[in-house]
Each structure stands twice: as C-alpha cells, then as structure tokens.
Design a protein around this ligand. Structure first.
Ligand code: KG4
Ligand code: ZN
Length: 334
C-alpha cells in the first residue's frame, strides 16, 4: 500500500511516500531555517505562510521523482499535533482535502510517534518493546514503548528540552539559530578545559533539567576576558560533554529500571555524534541493543510520518474528512 506522509508541525515542510511492502520510496524536505534565523527562533506566522508556499510543489516534485501518479496513493498520513497551530493547519488541510478528493484514507499522526518510529525506516528495525530517548527542540523524554500506541513516559524535562539547551548555548557562543549542529561541530575542536554541572546526574529519578546548565554557560562566557575561538570551542566541548553524560546515564538507568534490553534514540539531538558514541559504548558494555534513525531522519521529516501511517493502517479508519489540529497533544493521549 502506498502512503503519502506530510509533516508541517514547525519549520520544516516534509513529504514522503512509503510503500508498506517495499519501504521508503522517496522523500523531500524544505527547511525554513534561513527564514527564521534572523529572529533567533521560529516565527509561527511566517512558518505557516512558508508551508503554504512549499507544500504543493514539494508533493508534485516527490510524485514526479518517484514516478507515481497521485491516483495510485492509497492513504495520506499527516502530523496533526503537537506543534504550531497555524503550521499544523496547513499540512492537515492539504492532507484531508487531498484524501477527500481521491476518496482515500487520511491518518492523523502524533509528531512524537513519528520520531519514535523513525528508526524503523532503517533496514535493521527495532522490535517492540524498547526504551526511547526522544530528544528534540521541544522534548527530552524517556519513554517505555510497549507496542505501537502504548507509550509510558518515564522521564521528562523539568524545564528546558535538550535541543533548547543546545540552541540557547549556541546563541551565547554566537553560533546562530538553531545552533545544535553548529555547537557540536565546534565542540570537535575543543579541549577539556572547563567543568560544567551535570544536573540530576545522581538523582534516582529519570527526569532532566537543563536550564541550570545553560545558566552555568552564561556565567562562564561572562567570566572570559576575551571570547576567543579556542575558548568558545572549549565551552562547546564542556557543554556537550555534560549534557550527553546526563542523557546517556538516565537512558541506561531507564533500561535497567524497566528491565528492557533495547533502546532507540530519536529527535534532532539524536543526530549528535558524541551522544551516539557514548550510547554505543554504554550499550556494548551492558549488552543492550541500540538503534538510531539515519541522520536525515533525526530532525523533522515526512518519512517518519508516512511510516507511522503505514503502521497505523490496520487501526480503525477515521469516519470522515473533518479535522482538528492538536497543538498540545500529549503522547499518552493517543
Ligand atoms: O526534532 P527536531 O528537528 O525538531 C523538533 O521537533 O523540535 O529537533 C531540532 C533540534 C534543534 O534544537 C537542533 O539544534 C537540534 O535538534 N539538533 C542538534 C543536532 N542537530 C540538530 N543538537 C545537537 N547536535 C546535533 N548534531
Ligand atoms: Zn520534531
């Protein structure tokens, strides 16, 4: 069965076609990063307007590249929450009207479920149950994934999400927005000169708190007489070392606590090389299996939504083509 996936929850317009037998046939992504960079964050109204400009041309290009006639698409999956309401409305209205015109199923998808299932786009797919470390711009969660649709959140952020902490630290170092990937690149040139706090590292619980770490970076930056390239790289190194230590320690703690042996890392911060290296080392030591999506599918994309749609095909279909977006949809409310 051929499923078209549409993602417009934030600042990326993503579309993909997934064949439930053959896997991913193609995907396209338009990132609005440049549009929002000058404001230091996503401007919701601009995001919605840009999704309107790009969504139809992207779908047309994708169909052309995959040599698929739109009449052959058999279901349309789209992100209906959580996210920016205007941005979600663009994807939802395009998906529902296309599905209505073609007389096919529409499948609303939870954005975080898309991230959770993204490792299943790879040839080596994780089997249920597993622990998911979901680290993105808006979330840092540890989730016990029992099966499709059964998600127990066992650890959450008390304040800033991991991606948010990366972005705010990057901003303090003058790396622009969103700075996670740039900070990580800079950290590769850094040395272990500074020590930053590792919040909640030794707590018994699985929650995260990163706002104190960000404040510690702010004071460290202010303390420097001159913020040279070398010092910036050393601060980036110290920040990345600290945040990844906490993320990895809590993930291993979660696996042990829940008695599971399989973990997946997903979301934008899941593309972080240091995080991956540390997770691999710890998993090897504890004989846990680990799974990551391809780097392209860590950040927002249409492929993970199309895949989630294909896995939800045998669930009861929606009754009609009406829709409502859910900007604050909780994963446990699916
Ligand atoms: O999953 P995502 O695309 O969007 C949300 O759903 O939030 O994640 C975006 C986040 C941003 O905060 C970005 O800075 C961060 O992921 N990110 C990274 C890296 N690549 C993207 N953070 C650390 N290291 C990276 N390599
Ligand atoms: Zn996301």
């Amino acid at each position: 069965m051929l499923i078209l996936g549409i993602e417009t929850s934030c600042d990326e317009t993503g579309v993909a076609i997934y064949d439930s037998e053959k896997g991913l046939l193609g995907h396209k992504l338009y990132s609005q990063i440049k549009l929002h960079a000058k404001y230091g964050g996503v401007v919701p109204e601009l995001a919605s307007r840009d999704h309107i400009n790009y969504i139809i041309p992207l779908i047309n290009d994708l169909l052309k590249d995959c040599k698929i006639n739109i009449q052959n698409i058999e279901a349309i999956a789209y992100t209906s929450g959580p996210g920016l309401s205007g941005a979600l409305l663009v994807g939802s209205s395009v998906a529902e009207s296309l599905a209505c015109a073609l007389g096919i199923r529409s499948i609303p998808i939870h954005h975080l479920e898309g991230h959770l299932l993204a490792p299943m786009l790879e040839d080596r797919k994780p089997k249920f149950p597993f622990i998911a470390l979901l680290v993105s711009g808006g979330h840092s969660q540890l989730i016990h994934v029992k099966e499709l649709g059964s998600y127990k959140i066992i650890g959450d952020t008390l304040d800033d999400a991991a991606g948010e902490a990366f972005d705010k630290t990057a901003q303090l170092l003058g790396l622009g927005y969103p700075g996670g990937a740039a900070l990580s690149k800079l950290a590769e040139k850094g040395l272990k000169h500074f020590e930053l706090p590792r919040p909640l590292l030794h707590s018994n619980g699985l929650d995260f708190s990163f706002s104190g770490l960000k404040t510690a970076v702010l004071y460290l930056v202010r303390k420097q007489k001159k913020l040279t390239k070398e010092i910036k790289a050393d601060i980036a190194y110290a920040f990345e070392d600290s945040i990844t230590d906490v993320l990895v320690k809590k993930t291993i703690q979660a696996l042990k606590q829940e008695g599971l042996k399989r973990v997946i890392i997903s979301g934008g911060v899941g593309a972080n090389k240091t995080l991956r290296k540390k997770i691999i080392a710890e998993c090897n030591q504890n004989e846990f299996e680990y799974f990551f999506p391809d780097l392209t599918f860590c950040t927002d994309n249409g492929a993970m939504i199309a895949l989630a749609g294909s896995l939800r095909l045998n669930m009861p279909p929606k009754e009609n083509y009406s829709f409502s977006v859910k900007p604050r949809w909780k994963l446990t409310e699916i």
